[in-house]
Design a binder for this molecule. Structure first.
Ligand code: HPA
Length: 269
């Protein structure tokens, strides 16, 4: 496994004309942020040795090298979800490759269902912490020597980056929420009882991604900033039928604001 990670990183390193220390993972409906990136190179996942290939609608599946907010960035347009049938090792493989390539800061974005009654559709939630509700752990198995066997998780989401995002949002009058993201396997959206359970467990939002990648990033010592776009509500009295298309539409609408914050963070961080 580790050898494959290193081999894939070596393949990319040979071809990359810049070597970003910041990476971005663009979630469902949030791939448009990549249009803001001045792209210098792009690698289709299918051409990268040992890279999984994304299948879900709305994820185009390429690794972009370019510039955003005065900084070289590596961006994943489309991520791998556990519900697609990938193992946790496959889901998190790109993050391990990023680390080998020298990435030390990771921005993650996703779409999620809000369980916090104070949230509204279209809110942007800065992730302050997470709950790992996946049935399999991404660090299950022999320890990969980029981090300890028992990694600390007391500050999975970097406080300085959260503070910076808050400052930028306040300056520009952009409303942001803070909250705990719970990652669960999907592919079903939650029943009303499940939304209620997750809220009682401490989740403000629930989605089907991010947590595995963040765990692996932290295992490598990569600092993480995460944003979740609330695309539907799992709040009693406000629950309606959810479709993937609606999730994408709601995420679409907030993309420019998310992009603005991220671009400015990259310039200042
Ligand atoms: N639940 C799980 N994942 C999601 C949701 C949701 O309500 N909305 C967007 N992704």
């Amino acid at each position: 496994m580790y050898q494959q990670i290193q081999a894939t990183a070596a393949w990319l390193r040979e071809r990359m004309t810049s070597h970003p220390t910041t990476a971005i993972i663009l979630g469902t409906g949030l791939g448009r942020l990549s249009e803001e990136i001045a792209v210098t190179q792009s690698f289709d996942y299918k051409d990268i040795p040992a890279f999984p290939v994304s299948t879900v609608e709305g994820h185009s599946g390429r690794l972009i090298v370019g510039r955003l907010g005065e900084r070289d960035v590596l961006a994943m347009q489309g991520r791998f979800h556990y519900y697609e049938g990938y193992t946790m090792q496959q889901v998190t493989f790109p993050v391990r490759v990023m680390y080998e390539l020298g990435v030390r800061t990771l921005f993650v974005s996703n779409a999620s269902g809000g369980t916090n009654p104070g949230f509204a559709i279209g809110d942007m939630m800065i992730i302050t912490d997470h709950i790992n509700f996946f049935p399999e752990h991404p660090l299950h198995g022999p320890n990969i020597p980029t981090g300890p066997r028992f990694p600390d998780m007391h500050e999975a989401y970097d406080r300085d980056l959260i503070r910076l995002a808050d400052t930028i949002a306040a300056e520009r009058g952009i409303k942001v929420q803070h909250g705990v993201y719970l990652g669960t396997q999907g592919p079903t959206f939650e029943t009303p009882a499940e939304y209620r359970m997750f809220y009682r467990l401490g989740a403000d939002a629930v989605g089907m991604s991010t947590v595995p990648e963040v765990i692996v990033a932290r295992h490598c010592g990569i600092r993480v900033f995460g944003v979740s776009i609330i695309t539907d509500l799992g709040v009693e009295g406000k629950i309606v039928e959810v479709s993937h298309e609606e999730v994408q539409q709601a995420a679409d609408a907030v993309q420019p604001l998310m992009a603005e914050i991220m671009r400015e963070m990259l310039t200042r961080a």
